[in-house]
Structures are given as structure tokens and as C-alpha cells.
Design a protein around this ligand. Structure first.
Ligand code: HEM
Ligand code: HEM
Length: 172
């Protein structure tokens, strides 16, 4: 595969990584503002209550999966032909790994934020109501996790298929 065919597919990985790092950094700075910190502590952050969903879960995953994993995927697809001399197996799988992982991580982040704020507010106003909200959390967060995991799986498959295929990169 010619590099100028592959490269345009990789730009979006860098863009999503930059956006996720920006959101993660803003999130990190917000959660140390004393009034926000006090509210998060009052709803159980970092462990033991709904605050756990906002800090550390939402913060950690938008930075680590949104920022770092997408960056790692994009750079792996760039470096793999250079290091191995093998062409990237499938551009369609490159795009699939991108979309499943990106949609999954923003969905996961939104889920943690919405349920964290919602259940956190209920904890302070009407704790009995939390059970009615929390029953939706499991299926929703599971679906976001499955979407992210699909992206990770497609990525692994594409890397392994690239390394085991006989197609050499045309520029090597
Ligand atoms: C301006 C940028 C950032 C700020 C202000 C910030 C702030 C924070 C704070 C205050 C905590 C601790 C929360 C607590 O203990 O309750 C935290 C936790 C964490 N941060 Fe950040 N952060 C930033 C960027 C990042 C980045 C870029 C990453 C990863 C690439 C990251 C990964 C994590 C993780 C994994 C935790 C959870 C650690 C644990 O399990 O307790 N953060 N961050
Ligand atoms: C399919 C992908 C993933 C899913 C569905 C997922 C889901 C989760 C869930 C549900 C937890 C919370 C466990 C608990 O209740 O305490 C967790 C914790 C954590 N995950 Fe992930 N995760 C994924 C990928 C990753 C990756 C790739 C990283 C790092 C690069 C990561 C870093 C972390 C960290 C640091 C924590 C602990 C946060 C803390 O409690 O301090 N996760 N993850």
C-alpha cells in the first residue's frame, strides 16, 4: 500500500486524540477547583459513590483511551510498514478500528458524566431514587464498553493480519 493512500486515513486518529486530551485536561482542571472538588467528595469520589464515575472513571478513560489509545493506533498503523516492511492489511479495518474506538470512548465518557452528575445530585437530594436511575447504567455502560472493545479487537486483528500477510509495503 502506498503511504499516500494510508496517511489520509490516519489524520483523524490524531485529531480525535487532540480533542480527547483537550476535554480530559479541561475535566482534570475543573475537578480540582475547590467548590467542584467539595461536591465530588460529597458524592463519593474517587471511590464509593456516583462521584467515582466522574473522577476517576470519566477522566481516566477520555485521557487514556481517547487521548493515548487513538494516538497509539494511528502511530502504529504509520510505523508498522516502516518497522516490518509489510503493508497494512486493510484500510477498511483501519477506519473500523478508528470509528468503533472513538464512538465507544465518547459514549463511555458521556455515560459516566451523565450518570455521575444525575446519581450524584440524587444522592444529595433523594437517595431512594438512585435505584430507579441506576438500573439503566449497567446496560448503557456495557454497550459503550462493547463498542470500544470492538475497536480494540479490529485493531489487533488488522495488526496481526498485516504482520502475517505476504504483502510487502510498496515503498520498502
Ligand atoms: C491538565 C491536565 C490534567 C489535570 C489537571 C488532571 C488532574 C487530575 C486529578 C486532580 C486527578 C486525581 C483525582 C483524584 O484523586 O480524585 C487525576 C486522576 C487521573 N488522571 Fe488526570 N489530569 C490531567 C491530565 C491527565 C492525562 C493527560 C491523563 C492520561 C493520559 C490522566 C490520567 C489520569 C488517571 C488515570 C487518573 C486516575 C488515577 C487513579 O486511578 O486514581 N490525567 N487527574
Ligand atoms: C474496552 C475498553 C475498556 C473498557 C470497557 C473499560 C472499562 C472500565 C471500567 C468499567 C472500569 C471501572 C472499574 C471499577 O468499577 O472500578 C475501568 C477502570 C479503569 N480503566 Fe478502563 N476500560 C477500558 C479500557 C481501558 C484502557 C485501554 C485503559 C488504559 C489505557 C484503561 C484504564 C483504566 C484505569 C486506569 C481504570 C481505573 C480507574 C480508577 O478507578 O482509578 N481502561 N475501566
Amino acid at each position: 500500500m502506498r503511504l499516500n493512500t494510508l496517511h489520509p486515513h490516519l489524520v483523524k486518529f490524531l485529531l480525535v486524540s487532540a480533542i480527547a486530551f483537550f476535554i480530559g485536561a479541561m475535566h482534570g482542571m475543573l475537578q480540582v477547583i475547590p467548590s467542584v472538588r467539595a461536591w465530588l467528595d460529597s458524592i463519593g469520589s474517587p471511590y464509593g459513590g456516583p462521584g467515582h464515575m466522574i473522577d476517576p472513571l470519566a477522566h481516566a478513560h477520555i485521557n487514556l483511551v481517547g487521548g493515548l489509545v487513538t494516538l497509539a493506533m494511528g502511530t502504529t498503523y504509520y510505523l508498522l510498514p516502516i518497522f516490518s516492511g509489510k503493508a497494512v492489511y486493510s484500510l477498511r479495518l483501519v477506519d473500523h478500528s478508528f470509528w468503533w474506538t472513538s464512538v465507544g470512548v465518547f459514549y463511555f465518557y458521556s455515560t459516566q458524566m451523565v450518570f455521575g452528575i444525575w446519581e450524584g445530585s440524587l444522592l444529595l437530594s433523594d437517595p431512594q431514587a438512585i435505584q430507579h436511575v441506576h438500573r439503566y447504567y449497567g446496560p448503557i455502560v456495557a454497550s459503550s464498553g462493547i463498542i470500544m472493545a470492538t475497536g480494540f479487537f479490529v485493531y489487533l486483528a488488522n495488526v496481526v493480519l498485516s504482520l502475517t500477510s505476504k504483502t510487502r509495503d510498496s515503498l520498502q
